[in-house]
Design a protein around this ligand. Structure first.
Ligand SMILES: [Zn+2]
Length: 570
């Protein structure tokens, strides 16, 4: 242990259990962090992928975020110390905690929770006061991720976003409430208040636009075009039968035309409010002319500084603003003579201890949660270890779900989807029903058990793995690697489909390609999926436990990635 580590350890130890005022001192001066001088004449505030998290939380950033092909070693595929070094963030600071998984439990206790819409609202108000006309953009994955969002069919999130003053939004998980509910909310609740834009959603029959491609807003005399890009693979990553008449895709040609139309209509600034995911955005930025910035989401990458991407017509800035309400992106443009002359960007962590809760928003959230408060607060179990999900492979919360699936359903192997959402629970905390729902609240939660041959299992793992690690980002069509219980395996991310997965074993024995295995899973996108909701299965399993001991995550043996800055040492 060197001197720096020692001091860090002392600070962490001292901060655990500290009163909030002392934590504030440790995190730094709120004014220094949040009183950023206004710049230019067009400001955009951007949050994305809050996954319906209305209250402050902990969210551990990934320890595994492997970059393949051209993405190797570049943002967003940097984690832990490699990320801090690249962006010049000092270790052992509040910023280091916000952007990395390092020393997570101790740092989380030191710096307190992040996000929460009441705290976000106070930050938005503070920034808007110094930036008249600033637009607030919501990148999507806002309506899904919590029990209350599921139980109100997104009504709580819609009401809260209206109160927050969101100007423009695009979408992904929103579509899992079904085309009818999405349309109903847009036509009734959002109408005249929040513009829902998505250039890449068309009708299946005639390819007609389903939503406006973009909206033009005037900010301090400058015409600002906000183009929407919904998640292009929604019907693949999620059940397509929820929106059977709509087709998605990246739609580069249509996007270029929309950009050109916006410029012809006098736009001095053109931004893409994107839910592509950062790797897709980086490729797209190199191929489309005329976009000043892509404000991105979906991959939950908290990237402290924009990546400038050259293309035929100039440079496009590509950003990604993290997730779970932890961050607010602030992009200030200086627009002169009808074009962007200069910019400033910051991705501000929303530290709940440093920002007072906005009273109106806090009251609204309490009102929305009120009817469900008893149900939500039901204690389930005490966790002795840290529970988290995010990362390329199994997180510790996934392990809990997998164990429940295998034991309750008497299965040899379990699969759980590689979702990127889901807050973290610190060691010693009591897991509530709300915490469990925060990991499982989807509109297609059925658990099923299937007999699969070794060969079928291999082909499922290869398929999902290709969706994560295909070197062409346009073929990255899902979340992270499927979480696997029971089975161990080796994974070579840089190989190609069919050659990435090997050495699959059950209880140490090699899997037999021809033999059948009993496999439990949930979240099937098939229209006929049936079975009890996963949260019921997990809750039943937890009822037999008082404590959950710290779990070792079933991360595959990784092959050929020795020099990978997207893998962090614990
Ligand atoms: Zn998404």
């Amino acid at each position: 242990m060197n001197r720096r580590d020692f001091l860090q350890m002392l600070a962490a130890a001292a901060a655990a259990g500290m009163p909030i005022s002392a934590r504030r001192a440790l995190a730094g001066d709120a004014d220094a962090l949040y009183d950023i001088s206004p710049f230019g004449n067009v400001s955009l505030l951007h949050f994305t992928d809050c996954h319906a998290q209305l209250l402050p939380l902990h969210y551990r950033e990934p320890q595994f975020n492997i970059g393949v092909g051209a993405a190797h070693g570049k943002p967003p595929h940097l984690v832990g110390e490699a990320l801090l070094r690249y962006f010049g963030i000092a270790p052992g600071t509040a910023q280091a905690h916000a952007f990395s998984f390092l020393d997570f439990s101790a740092a989380a206790r030191s710096y307190g929770k992040a996000g929460g819409f009441a705290h976000l609202a106070s930050l938005v108000k503070r920034l808007r006061a110094g930036r008249p006309g600033a637009l607030l953009l919501d990148g999507g994955d806002t309506w899904q991720g919590s029990a209350t969002a599921l139980w109100t069919q997104a009504q709580d999130m819609v009401d809260v976003c209206l109160a927050l003053g969101v100007d423009v939004m695009t979408a992904h998980w929103e579509f899992t409430y079904g085309a009818q509910r999405v349309t109903e909310l847009i036509e009734n609740d959002l109408r005249g208040r929040i513009d829902f834009v998505a250039q890449n959603v068309r009708t299946r029959d005639f390819e007609d636009p389903v939503f406006p491609a973009y909206v033009m807003r005037e900010v301090n005399g400058v015409a600002v075009a906000i183009i929407g890009q919904a998640y292009p693979y929604t019907p693949i990553a999620n059940p397509g039968h929820f929106m059977p008449d709509w087709s998605f895709g990246i739609r580069e040609r249509e996007l270029q035309k929309t950009v050109d139309d916006a410029r012809d209509a006098g736009a001095g600034v053109v931004v893409l409010l994107s839910h592509n995911g950062m790797d897709i955005d980086l490729k797209l930025a190199s191929r489309i002319r005329g976009i000043d910035a892509i404000l991105g989401g979906h991959t939950h990458d908290a990237v402290p500084a924009p990546v400038p991407v050259e293309n035929a017509d100039g440079t496009t800035l590509v950003t990604n603003a993290g997730s779970n309400g932890k961050f607010l992106g602030v992009l200030d443009f200086d627009v002169r003579g009808g074009q962007v002359a200069d910019y400033r960007y910051r991705l501000l962590p929303v530290f709940a201890d440093l920002l007072p809760a906005d009273a109106e928003m806090a009251a609204l959230i309490e009102k929305k949660r009120g009817p469900f408060a008893n149900k939500l607060s039901q204690p389930l179990v005490v966790t002795d270890g840290l529970l988290y999900r995010r990362g390329n492979f199994n997180g510790s919360f996934d392990e809990l779900i997998l164990r429940a699936l295998m034991e309750v359903k008497d299965a040899q192997i379990a699969f759980s989807p590689g979702f990127r959402w889901g807050p973290s629970i610190l060691p010693g905390e009591t897991l509530t029903r709300e915490d469990l729902m925060n990991q499982t609240a989807i509109t297609y939660p059925s658990v099923s058990v299937n007999e699969l041959t070794g060969e079928q299992i291999k082909s499922i793992l290869e398929d999902v793995c290709d969706n994560v690690f295909n070197p062409d980002p346009y073929y990255q069509q899902g979340g992270d690697m499927v979480r696997v219980g029971g089975l161990t395996y080796a994974c070579a991310p840089r190989e190609s489909i069919g050659s990435r997965i090997s050495d699959m074993r059950l209880n140490g024995e090699l899997i037999d390609a021809d033999r059948s295995y009993r496999v439990a899973s949930w979240g099937s996108t098939a229209p006929d999926a049936q079975g009890e909701p996963v949260w019921e299965v997990v809750e039943r399993w937890l009822s037999g436990h008082q404590h959950i001991a710290p779990v070792k995550t079933n991360v595959p043996r990784l092959v050929g990635v020795a020099d990978e800055p997207g893998i962090g040492l614990p």
